[in-house]
Design a protein around this ligand. Structure first.
Ligand code: 0RA
Length: 648
């Protein structure tokens, strides 16, 4: 058997494609299967972009094949000058044949790998092409890319366009089932990106069909994307333009279409497309857009009419300031797109940056000049972002400064420290008020017990910013005495000066409130101390019950009742209720609350041992430390939930 040069070329090409399908369509799974359809559709879209086709229709057939119909020029039917066969056969069988027939205009669509319909042909069990051109219908069929017979004329037509039908090869694909929803998503995107192109999809088995036609192009795309958001201005901003330029001594043209809107949110989403391809990592078009956006807005601030805005900031708006809340779509079309990789995630054509910048600068400036009422809320938004960013920066600076102060100084004067230096053996009692502090200082074992009296109520850290928290005298004293630093991320347990930190407050409502504030502080700012079991709550008795020479301490009402039951004779019983620690003398405080051999401490746990439900606890704090006082009261009542008994 002898083969013509053409046949040898075809067979070699087929061999290459079928041996390594992944090289040509990426994957052999569902994704690759659907790319087969897009590859054909891209050719139809090219015909639309060249000004010929008006629609493209995709039909999923009941037998698992797909039909793609368009009304473009149709694949040329003349005899190919080099191959001496119908150009149809050349286009359908030669690798990379597509680009050569651009007739000087641009082969715009990227295709998924820009490989052309010949690859689809090679990877199909069978494929048919029908070209309606110049009144005749030209037809050819292939098996796995090999023509069954030469192109023939099968009839007359008054239509124009190309029909490609194919059945993906089961030897190649792991799945053969086309999914309506997958095709729909991409086809609708194609319709958005090619305004005026009618895109139809039909599933004959499911009896389902849709038509996508967006006269507004990416403006309508933006309307869809932004429908869930609140826009700060009235109109979505939209413009388009074409620029001619010279590249490698060739005259070329870039077409750019842009849509943008500022939302109330703080998201930033800029979708970038080149020739219908989603560039997830942006590229030179994105660079040009960003820089034009920043300079356009800053240029308006320099104008007399916008002086009032300019006065609100120092210097210029940064790129981050002008992009917070922004949703934008960039849709550009250029003759020879270059991407950083096969996945086409990033456009690298250097000339694009300046061209896009020029279009966006000119058109956006024009738009804002004509729509000052759109510009104003946008400037307000950007300035707000600027201020928030400045404030955050200053706050960070201050926190760092304050931390320096905390760490630099010596121990607070109010602290009555212990003599032991091994933190593992040391205890710090945080005591409310000076009088209780006095009792505690006298009653303690000064070898290992330190006393820190704090005055009144410490700041509610849940409502205050770090800056204010660190300005609070009580907090500064606490942080310095404890020695492990401030802020959950910054806590250094190696520098912790006491392994037991014990909150000792009065057994009344005020005492409970202070305890809550302290717990909130430790929970939100010093959480590692709780997580490592360093935080405790002292339990002073509520009652002293005396009868004759005997005396008993009761730590709860139930305990009091039980003690009282033991006395047969009620005469001579004296019950003293301790309202505050200050009512106890130093010895009493020692024996009831501070002496490790007799006291009962409550250890503060993040939540319960099994599930460190920090998040839930955090929510609880959020609710309870808010402005509402009722839930706070309830919290105080239920405070004991967060602590569990620990017998020492
Ligand atoms: C080669 C050259 C031209 C168009 C096409 C191929 C073409 C391919 C497909 C595949 C599906 N639909 C298609 N439509 C067109 C340019 C035609 C010319 O210059 O006349």
């Amino acid at each position: 058997m002898t083969y013509s040069a053409h046949q040898i070329k075809v067979l070699k090409g087929l061999q290459a494609v079928r041996k390594r399908p992944g090289m040509y369509i990426g994957t052999q799974d569902e994704t690759g299967l659907h790319k087969m359809v897009y590859e054909v559709v891209d050719n139809s879209v090219d015909e639309f972009m060249a000004g010929f086709a008006t629609f493209v229709e995709v039909i999923i057939k009941e037998n698992g094949s797909v039909e793609v119909i368009d009304d473009g020029r149709g694949i040329p039917t003349d005899i190919h000058p080099e191959e001496k066969i119908s150009t149809i056969e050349v286009v359908m069988t030669h690798l990379h044949a597509g680009g050569k027939f651009g007739s000087g205009a641009y082969k715009i669509s990227g295709g998924l790998h820009g490989v052309g319909v010949s690859v689809v042909n090679a990877l199909s069990e069978w494929l048919e092409v029908e070209v309606h051109r110049d009144g005749e219908i030209h037809y050819q069929k292939y098996n796995r890319g090999v023509p069954l017979e030469p192109v023939k004329i099968i009839g007359k037509t008054n239509k124009r366009g190309t029909i490609v039908r194919f059945k993906p090869d089961k030897e190649i694909f792991t799945t053969l089932e086309f999914q309506y929803s997958i095709l729909k998503n991409r086809l609708e995107e194609i319709a958005f990106l090619n305004k005026g192109l009618k895109v139809l999809l039909r599933d004959e088995a499911k009896n389902k069909s849709e038509e996508f036609l967006y006269k507004g192009g990416i403006l309508e795309f933006m309307e869809k994307i932004t429908s869930k958001y609140q826009i700060v201005h009235k109109k979505i901003i939209y413009f388009e333009d074409s620029l001619e330029y010279e590249d490698k001594n060739q005259k070329k043209e870039l077409h750019g279409e842009f849509a943008l809107a500022y939302t109330e949110s703080n998201i930033e989403k800029i979708y970038c497309f080149t020739n219908g391809i989603d560039n997830k990592l942006g590229g030179t078009h994105l660079e040009g857009f960003k820089s034009a956006l920043t300079s356009t807005l800053n240029n308006f601030l320099k104008k007399e009419e916008y002086k009032a805005y300019k006065r609100k900031i120092e210097g210029n708006l940064s790129g981050d300031d002008v992009r917070e809340g922004l949703i934008a779509i960039l849709n550009i079309k250029i003759p020879e797109p270059q991407f950083n990789s096969q996945t086409k995630e990033k456009l690298v054509n250097a000339e694009v940056k300046g061209l896009v910048q020029q279009i966006v600068n000119d058109k956006l400036t024009l738009f804002f000049e004509h729509h000052p009422n759109e510009l104003k809320p946008i400037l307000d938004k950007c300035i707000l972002t600027y201020k928030a960013r400045e404030a955050a920066r200053k706050a960070r600076e201050m926190v760092t400064k304050r931390k320096g102060i905390l760490e630099g100084g010596g121990l607070p004067g109010k602290l009555a420290d212990c003599s032991e230096k091994d933190p593992a053996l040391c205890e710090l009692f945080i005591v409310e008020g000076d009088s209780a502090g006095g009792s505690a200082k006298q009653g303690r074992n000064r070898n290992f017990q330190a006393i820190l009296p704090i005055k009144g109520k410490i700041i509610n850290v849940f409502k205050a910013k770090d800056l204010k928290v660190l300005d609070n005298e009580e907090v500064k004293t606490l942080v310095t005495a404890i020695g492990a630093g401030y802020g959950n991320e910054n806590i250094d347990l190696n520098r912790l000066r006491y392994h037991k930190i014990i909150i000792m407050t009065d057994a009344d409502v005020d005492g409970s409130h202070i305890r809550t504030l302290l717990l909130t502080f430790f929970f939100s700012k010093m959480r590692p101390l709780i997580e490592h079991g360093h935080l405790y709550i002292a339990q002073p008795p509520l009652y002293l019950i005396k009868k004759g020479k005997e005396s008993f301490y009761a730590y709860s009402d139930t305990e009091k009742d039980e003690i009282l039951k033991k006395f047969k004779d009620e005469k001579g019983i004296v019950i003293q209720r301790y309202k505050g620690l200050g009512e106890m003398n130093p010895e009493q405080l020692w024996e009831t609350t501070m002496d490790p051999t007799r006291r009962v401490l409550l250890q503060v746990k993040p939540f319960d041992e099994e599930s460190l439900e920090i998040k839930r606890l955090e929510e609880t704090f959020e609710i309870l430390m808010g402005d509402d006082s009722e839930p706070r009261r309830k919290f105080i009542e239920e405070n004991a939930k967060y602590v569990t008994h620990l017998d020492l």
